[in-house]
Design a protein around this ligand. Structure first.
Ligand SMILES: [Zn+2]
Length: 483
């Protein structure tokens, strides 16, 4: 009995010691404010001019619809861009492939790997009834430019083009070739970006970096975070659409047998929701994200995330239940989105199906995630028909030269913001560029509020006038100082 008491005391002492070490580390890693002056200072006049130009781009409703895109709107947008970026259109080599555009700006040494800035021209529909402004008015008011695409992602395309336009006007010649690429069908996962990538491949182009939309500079992005943080997307999760089919005898619903197709499908969906069978793991990119976010956070969270050596196991268990976003960081997600059975209320369907959308995590690829689903499908006598399936993209080397350079530029241009890598739960065109680029960074250097972020693909999308001007100047700084 005496020894048990001593053992408990020793365990308690070790635990207290570990917690004390974690607490001291949490104090030491706290981020110190960077008080240096920003390297970029757009004038109010420039900001007003940029807002007008971006507004003109928003006014053209370049909506992409599966099988029904009106390309003439994209050609109208090209005319607007031609007028607003005369140097880009006259001095760079421009190739147009069915509305998709790629520009080559010849650098001093074309044999070197190039850099590519990209974004998409298309936008989603704007049918939400609660828009406060006309979504295609491009209205400039309250310090913001309003409308569909203001954020996603005409401000990105505008800022990239405007930066190159100004550098051309100044007579700057980049050390390596610089490309601008913009597709017409990102929102419908179209083949615009692959066409541009094939073009680059046919020319034997290899890139050090391709930078697309994705992360941005967000305020109070995480709980207890106070201030700005640039979140750079370093990889994206995979994507699966799978149809789960139940077959049966059908018949009249007045004398039903049990386990009809819809009953089996319901059991399948309910079982997966209840069991949460996908593997929870803090993969290397998520580890880097949490570890680098820790110094920016308030005390209790800083202690936990900043001491992953101690809390990783606990976090693996806790994160899936903290929030849907935290769950998506550590697990393949599963969601049932379409269901169909009989078309008549009193007829038992002989076949019914649900479509499930999964986002495979980096540590459980598409095949492994589908294998989990298959076990459940077998249990309820269901068939699986895979519609699309891809695993997570490659991960950028977040200790490598390109990530470090982007971080350096951010420290120079936005000294008030912390910088973290992050795992994107959604998809971008950028993954296609993995074939030609060593680093696919998903990040637009623009500040946005949480309300602006929430308006993506929703009503009342907008972007700040001053913030857009900073974004233009950032791209200039980035291109000008790239090795
Ligand atoms: Zn987008």
């Amino acid at each position: 009995m005496k020894y048990v008491g001593i053992a408990l005391l020793v365990i308690l002492a070790v635990l207290l010691l570990l917690l004390a070490v974690a607490a001291i580390r949490a104090v030491l890693i706290k981020a110190k404010p960077n008080k240096s002056a920003p390297a970029i200072n757009p004038t109010e006049k420039e900001a007003a001019e940029y807002a007008e130009k971006l507004s003109e781009m928003i006014k053209v409703p370049t909506i992409s619809l599966r099988g029904n895109t009106d390309l003439s709107q994209f050609y109208k947008l090209h005319e607007v861009m031609k007028k607003n970026f005369p140097f880009v259109f006259s001095k760079l080599e421009c190739t147009e492939i069915e509305g998709n555009l790629i520009f080559r700006w010849q650098g001093k040494d074309s044999k070197r790997n190039g850099i590519l800035l990209m974004g998409h021209q298309d936008v989603v529909t704007a049918d939400e009834p609660n828009w406060e402004k006309d979504p295609f008015s491009g209205e400039i008011s309250d310090g913001n430019i309003h409308g569909r695409g203001a954020m996603d992602c005409k401000s990105t395309v505008f800022s990239e083009f405007q930066a190159v336009e100004e550098l051309l006007e100044e007579g700057f010649v980049p050390p390596c070739d610089v490309y601008l690429a913009t597709s017409v069908d990102e929102e419908i996962s179209g083949d615009g970006a692959p066409k541009l990538v094939n073009y680059l491949k046919s020319k034997g182009v290899h890139l050090d970096v391709a930078m697309d939309e994705g992360g941005a500079i967000l305020k109070n992005a995480l709980p207890t975070m106070a201030g700005w943080c640039a979140a750079i997307g370093i990889l994206e999760k995979g994507y699966i659409d799978v149809k789960i089919i139940a077959k049966g005898k059908g018949g009249h619903s007045s004398t039903p047998k049990s386990n009809t197709p819809l009953a089996r499908l319901s059991k399948f969906v309910a079982a997966i929701e209840k069991d949460k069978p996908f593997k929870s793991e803090i993969s290397a990119p998520v580890y880097a994200m949490l570890d680098q976010a820790a110094p920016l956070l308030g005390f209790p969270l800083r202690m936990v995330l900043g001491n992953m050596w101690l809390f990783k196991g606990l976090l693996t268990k806790v994160l899936p239940v903290v929030s849907p976003m935290c769950n998506a960081f550590v697990k393949t997600t599963f969601c049932c989105t379409i269901a169909e059975g009989s078309h008549t209320a009193n007829v038992i369907p002989s076949e019914a199906y649900v479509v499930c959308n999964l986002r495979p995590s980096p540590h459980q690829n598409a095949e492994q995630s589908l294998a989990v689903l298959k076990k459940y499908a077998d249990k309820y006598d269901l068939e699986l028909e895979v519609i699309h399936a891809r695993s997570a993209s490659n991960c950028v080397d977040f200790n490598g030269e390109e990530f470090t350079y982007l971080k350096k530029c951010l420290n120079e241009c936005y000294p008030e913001a912390g910088v973290i890598p992050y795992l994107m739960t959604g998809g971008t065109d950028c993954r296609h560029y993995e074939e030609v680029a060593d680093n696919c960074l998903r990040f637009c250097p623009i500040k946005m509020s949480n309300e602006q972020l929430a308006a993506m693909h929703a009503a009342n999308e907008s972007i700040g006038v001053t913030e857009t001007a900073h974004c233009v100047k950032f791209y200039k700084h980035y291109i000008k100082n790239h090795k």
